[in-house]
Design a protein around this ligand. Structure first.
Ligand code: ATP
Ligand code: MG
Length: 396
């Protein structure tokens, strides 16, 4: 029987792929709950068991494009609504490119690979096709199908990251080159001094960028351990105001807080919360016109388990007692279509709206730090009126 003939091939292909996958996946990181045990209705041969439990789709197609056999993973990955055996590939997966690809492998008798985008759910499959020449010279194509959605997302975000970092580095580096060339041309001392100051500013900006990138990569890799201890809200808020004051003063922006004493202590890493508040305050100053106002508030909120009835609080917020810190400015505001994206790394709404420069890392870092405390950070804003960032931290 055809299936018996195919079994050694299936075992070999499955075993090799299995080894490759095991090697690629070291150390194993469980993404979803472990699959349930396999219950069989009769004594299965080892090859049958491997084929039925492996998470790689396996499909055999003959030279006429008819499916000879497929395993459960192939049904799941290709969204097959019914048993595909005996049907044409094109009737099961209405994708002419895919159908032609398989036929082409059979005709050329050469292994090949293609990416197959799927809808509902949206995912990317990598299909490896290998021709198998039968004793009677008929060619059968074995398709090995893997879900590489996560891998391609990671790859895309890695490429975006490299593009953004190189873009952010190029601007200050170009400025540094120009400034140093000007100084080398022996300009009058006052111009040389001005250039030297600008060089120092550009180096500061570069250092900030590298520090932010380092911070973000450490946080994203889970390498920053938070030093949690009972932390006083007012102390943190007053310290942050003190640090932002010179910058706010130079733009005649008034910074106040309305935090009442008597709030319970937070359970937080004080240094990291300083960093979050400073990032929010830097933004508030940067996006508020001269003469504006910044207010920091804090209040205790108690979230019941069904808190999704509370307006403004994210529905996935953990229940319990939280200190909610708010930073409100009377600045330019953020158009609503940008609100969901401002916490993404390198996301900037519009460079033209700000008086200072920025890389778009501050809020990404703030979000990671707040979420590291199991809290949430979110934003409400009205263009031309102002913006409020809210972050919640657990009580001690
Ligand atoms: P960096 O913080 O790395 O120096 P940045 O300030 O541009 O750069 P984020 O702090 O991550 O980056 O902010 C992302 C974007 O969100 C900003 O570029 C800005 O467009 C918008 N934004 C943030 N805070 C405010 C605010 N208070 N008012 C208006 N827009 C804001
Ligand atoms: Mg910022």
């Amino acid at each position: 029987m055809l299936f018996d003939l195919l079994i050694p091939w299936v075992i070999a292909a499955a075993a090799i792929t299995w080894l490759v996958i095991m090697w690629q996946n070291r150390p194993p990181e469980p993404q979803s709950p472990p699959p349930p045990p396999v219950v069989v209705d009769r004594p299965y041969a080892p090859a049958e068991i491997i084929v039925s439990v492996i998470d790689i789709g396996i499909l055999f197609v003959n030279g006429d494009g008819i499916v000879l056999m497929h395993n459960p993973a192939a049904s799941e990955l290709l969204n097959l609504q019914r048993d595909g055996v005996g049907r044409t590939l094109i009737s099961l997966i209405r994708d002419h490119q895919f159908d032609e690809f398989v036929r082409d492998v059979a005709v050329r008798c050469e292994s090949d690979e293609m990416l197959l985008p799927m809808r509902n759910p949206a995912r990317t499959l990598r299909v490896s096709a290998r021709p198998i020449i039968q004793p009677d010279d008929d060619v059968i194509v074995i398709l090995l199908i893997r879900d590489i959605t996560q891998l391609s997302q990671l790859e895309r975000s890695r490429r975006d990251m490299i593009a953004s970092v190189s873009h952010e580095l190029r601007t200050p580096l170009a400025a540094l080159k120009l400034l140093s060339e000007t100084i080398a041309s022996n300009p009058p001392p006052e111009i040389a001094q001005r250039m030297a100051r600008r060089i120092s500013d550009e180096v500061d900006a570069l250092t900030r960028l590298v520090n932010d990138l380092h911070d973000l990569s450490q946080i994203e890799a889970g390498r920053i351990a938070l030093q949690m201890s009972p932390t006083d809200v007012i102390q943190i808020v007053e310290r942050a105001i003190e640090r932002i004051q010179p910058q706010a003063d130079s733009h005649h922006i008034e910074v106040n807080h309305t935090v009442l004493s008597g709030l319970p202590m937070m359970l937080a890493d004080a240094g990291r919360i300083d960093q979050v508040l400073l990032n929010l305050l830097h933004n508030a100053v940067k996006f508020t016109p001269d003469g504006g106002y910044i207010t920091i508030g804090a209040q205790l909120i108690n979230l019941p388990h069904d808190h999704d009835v509370l307006p403004g609080i994210p529905i996935d917020h953990n229940a319990g007692e939280w200190v909610a810190i708010t930073v409100t400015d009377t600045g330019v505001g953020i158009p609503s279509e940008h609100l969901p994206r401002v916490f993404e790394r390198f996301y900037k709404v519009d460079q033209a709206r700000t008086r200072g420069s920025g890389t778009g890392l501050g809020l990404a870092i703030a979000r990671h730090l707040v979420e590291g405390h199991s809290g949430k950070i979110w934003v409400v804003s009205t263009v031309g009126v102002g913006t409020t960032f809210i972050c919640t931290l657990p009580t001690a």
